[in-house]
Design a protein around this ligand. Sequence first.
Ligand code: BEZ
Ligand code: FE
Length: 272
Amino acid sequence: MSHLDGASQARIRTVVEDLEQVLLDFIRDHQITHAEYRTATDLIIDSVKSGEESLLFDVFCEAAATDVGNVGRQGSLEAIEGPFYLPGAPALSGPLNVMPQRDDEKGEPLLFHGIVVDTDGQPLGGVELDLWHADAEGLYSNIHPNIPDWNLRGRFTSEDDGSFRVLTILPPPYEIPKDGPTGTVLRALGRHFFRPAHLHVKLRHRDYAEMTSQLYFRGGEYLDADVANAVREGLVIELRTVDDPTEVAERGLDRPYVEARYDFVLAPTSQA
Ligand code: BEZ
Ligand code: FE
């Protein structure tokens, strides 16, 4: 099995030869020296070897690839996955799913809910939502140290009427890792390291195209200055504070919380 399985020979030739030409023109146009060339290849190699995975490319390029996929899409907008997704998160059980978290998990409670429909607006039950996000310190479990495995990562399923509800905490804006090669590049460019607060979610159903979304919160910091330049208007959702004691108690909670809604449209596999 190779990484290029599934791509046609014609596509590979067109894309790879064009990339080759772009890079060759770039080297000539900027009179890139051999030392500069080697610095760049070492930096890319180090970024992977030091455990940054796809961070470097996700910061600079992933949003553009996602934009291409969104042109003419029939389902909801897709968004960048980023480098911190891991398959195999714990399966939660509904109807109110509670994300895995520490007993003293910091952060304001967030009730995230909505419905999943098809492109005709018909509710879709049995859709798996695979949600992951940072904790109140802006850190991801299984990536950053001293956090229980799978904290704030969970999979749950939409109900027969397409609805889903999950209780978690509101993540903050966070700084991406800045002590490795990607940080070196951003620092040299004079850029900051912040991303606006967000939830990541993948949706899956056997009859529909899998999709990856990322949702931001209206009014949040860094919406206009995301280091990964990935915020798009259709991905920004409203937050409502619920502090009426009756409403809070009805949810089985003992303190005010914030609520956010987003409805997803899944497209059939052939027309994503
Ligand atoms: C993230 O959303 O987790 C992310 C995306 C791009 C670069 C770094 C982090
Ligand atoms: Fe993230």
